[in-house]
Write a protein that binds this ligand. Structure first.
Ligand code: PHE
Length: 509
């Protein structure tokens, strides 16, 4: 196929709202429902909203404009867009889509699988009274590994998790296989409204439970002292990155299917705001539930709050079992919401890679998606074994703390300095009604790289002082660091291959 022909036939969103739903679907994920409320609690309650919204406006929306802007201008996935700027930078795009596909997606899919299991367990509250014991011993079958803290003791595959994992990959395959309009757009147009309704029911239900008010007041009571700690700010910036799916080439791929006349600035604000408002809203539900639990059991609040995974899979099931009426319905709605939020993010990950493969090698979508999903599924198996809990912990830490931030840093250098922030801003403003102001250039060239650079250094210092999470250095190096390095090598190798056609021919005027 000739390039002109390919460019002409590039997949397109059927409607603008379809694009928005898909982008919001990618952004709203597991992170909004369980990670945000916990971070908020840990970092000074209501006061955390200050660094969080600063991070949203300074880094989040600016990078969103960058990623959408470049995908729109170059009409290509991240590797194609970066290669159009300079072939020397193509590796960055490949690194992003590879580490998200074979890093994040491999364990993200397993956690969605857990949610599917818990969705089913909700019907008859199969987790019993001791939900912590159920989760670690019966469900993950991880007791011996957790005791030894040795991630190389992988044990055997845990069957229920394996089966739900197969379901997750099948659904992702189905959606991405069907393409942009019939797959991603249609699925998100169904998923998103259902998710909003489910969440609304869960939150309104939660805030009416006895004791909910106490939980919410703890959620919102600001402790401004905490704002002095750099950790709080790092958490806020990290969360914004992860939550808005930035630094992975996802928004770039989605934006490459937009028509020339597009509202890049306005859409970036919409996606960022909807995502963060959703998080804050979900936080009300989570804290209401924690308040209810404190009220019912008489335990102090601080003992109840658990970190992300514990919150969803230990505390929630416990509360659900405590509810006198319709606890199982509550569980079904809550875990159903998690599954949908997770799936709509997962498909965006597979699409980011797929669109890159189509751009560079002109692969057929069908065979590429099938190969990718089978490989991804096989890769995920390592995360559904008895010892996988520790792997998830280590890989997640490295990808969250370094992967995203390093990728975001280089993205700013590439666009801000090599391509020119002003040049991209001109392009954005030429096509959209709402304008991006000059200060954006300053953010992209200086503020964001400086901040991200500092966070990397600060993270490394802590890292070198003691191995993360009390694991052995060997585990940290072999699992955590090498995960980033292998994906980087893979990115460099793929970038070295020849293009079937010049990526720049797709570029919009
Ligand atoms: N944004 C998603 C969340 O908040 C996570 C995600 C990260 C999704 C990267 C896709 C890509 O859970």
């Amino acid at each position: 196929m000739s390039n002109q022909h390919l460019a002409h036939h590039r997949a397109k969103w059927k409607s603008h709202i379809g694009f928005l739903f898909a982008a919001v679907g990618s952004a709203i994920g597991l992170g909004n429902i369980w990670r945000f409320p916990y971070l908020c609690y840990k970092n000074g309650g209501g006061a955390f909203l200050i660094p969080y919204f600063v991070a949203l406006f300074v880094v989040g929306i600016s990078l969103m404009i960058l990623e959408i802007g470049i995908g729109h201008k170059m009409r290509g996935s991240a590797p194609a867009s970066f290669a159009s700027i300079s072939r020397k930078w193509e590796w960055l795009g490949w690194w992003q889509v590879i580490f998200i596909m074979f890093g994040i997606m491999c364990y993200y899919s397993v956690i969605i699988g857990w949610c599917i299991n818990y969705f089913v367990y909700s019907f008859n509250l199969s987790w019993g009274q001791d939900t912590g014991n159920f989760f670690f011993n019966d469900f993950l079958q991880a007791s011996s590994v957790l005791a030894s803290k040795n991630p190389f003791e992988l044990g055997t595959i845990v069957m229920p998790i394996f089966l739900s994992l197969a379901v997750v990959w099948f659904l992702c395959w189905l959606v991405v296989f069907k393409g942009v309009q019939k797959g991603l757009e249609r699925a998100n147009k169904i998923f998103m409204p259902i998710l909003f309704i489910l969440m609304a029911i869960v939150v309104f239900w939660s805030v009416r439970l006895p004791g909910a008010g106490e939980g919410i007041s703890i959620y919102l009571t600001p402790d401004f002292e905490r704002l002095k700690s750099p950790r709080v700010w790092l958490d806020a910036f990290g969360q914004i990155f992860f939550s808005l799916s930035l630094g992975f080439g996802i928004m770039t791929a989605y934006a490459s299917y937009l028509p020339p006349k597009s509202q890049i600035t306005r859409d970036s604000f919409i996606i960022g705001l909807v995502n963060c408002i959703f998080s804050v809203f979900a936080g009300f539900g989570v804290f209401a539930v924690l308040g209810y639990m404190a009220h019912t059991t008489g335990q102090p609040f601080s003992e109840i709050v658990a970190e992300s995974i514990g919150l969803a899979f230990i505390v929630y099931p416990k509360v659900i079992s405590m509810m006198p009426h319709f606890g199982n319905l509550f569980g079904v709605l809550f875990f159903g919401a998690l599954v949908i939020a997770g799936l709509s993010s997962a498909v965006s990950i597979v699409e980011a890679f797929t669109s890159a493969g189509i751009d560079k090698f002109h692969h057929k979508r069908g065979s590429l998606v099938s190969t990718l999903c089978v490989t991804g599924f096989l890769g995920s198996i390592i995360f559904c074994m008895q010892g996988s809990f520790l792997w998830i912990d280590i890989v997640d830490h490295f990808i969250m703390q370094y992967g995203l931030i390093i990728a975001g840093f280089f993205e700013c250098i590439l666009i801000g300095w090599v391509y020119g922030a002003e040049k991209l801003r001109m392009h954005i403003n030429k096509h959209s009604v709402a304008k991006t102001y000059r200060i954006w250039d300053f953010f992209i060239c200086w503020v964001i790289p400086l901040f991200l650079g500092l966070s990397i250094v600060q993270g490394l210092i802590t890292e070198l002082k003691a191995p993360y999470g009390g694991y052995s250095w060997l585990a940290i190096v072999l699992i955590g660091r090498d995960w980033l390095l292998y994906t980087l090598f893979a990115g460099i190798i793929v970038a070295g291959h020849e293009w079937r056609s010049d990526p720049r021919e797709r570029m919009l005027e």
